[in-house]
Design a protein around this ligand. Structure first.
Ligand code: FES
Ligand code: FES
Length: 156
């Protein structure tokens, strides 16, 4: 077992973990942060996306030990984030989710995309969210939601 110290959603965490433990399993099973979903578990679907040191990353292909000293933010860490609240509202208004399985990863990815590209075209949005697969919506509702949220997020 290896001891790791990291920050998760602003809270200091110390744990002793198997060196082969995936970060997603650490978050879900050790910390009970089950908002991080697991789909493919090999880096393709993006549903396990979280922030590691401020950048989106797939937690299913990261090792918990590799995050020693890092700062992580999961979907639960956006509970009081006003920009994420606007984006969630847009997702709800535009029917950008059905089963909701992809939604945590999609929201994290969309928020990061809008930070980088605050005034996107529809083609930009399609490319920006292409890192996350959705099996339900056909994407149009998600695209509409991101488009609707962009000017609100620009105003901050
Ligand atoms: S579960 Fe991590 S990319 Fe699919
Ligand atoms: S809403 Fe079901 S997978 Fe996206």
């Amino acid at each position: 077992m290896t001891e790791i110290n990291l920050t998760v959603n602003g809270r200091a965490v110390r744990a002793s973990v198997d060196p082969r433990l995936h970060l997603a399993d650490f978050l879900r099973e050790h910390l009970r942060l089950t908002g991080t979903h697991l789909g493919c578990e090999h880096g393709v679907c993006g549903t396990c996306t979280i922030e590691i040191d401020g950048a989106p990353a797939r937690s299913c292909i990261a090792l918990a030990v590799a995050c020693d000293g890092s700062s992580l933010r999961t979907i639960e860490g956006f509970e009081d984030d006003p920009l994420m609240a606007e984006l969630r509202e847009a997702f709800s208004a535009d029917h950008a989710l059905q089963c909701g399985f992809c939604t945590p990863g999609m929201l994290m990815t969309a928020l990061d995309f809008l930070r980088v590209k605050p005034d996107p075209s529809e083609a930009d949005i399609r490319e920006g969210i292409s890192a996350v697969l959705c099996r339900c919506t056909g994407y149009q509702g998600i695209i509409n939601a991101v488009k609707a949220a962009a000017p609100i997020l620009r105003r901050g």
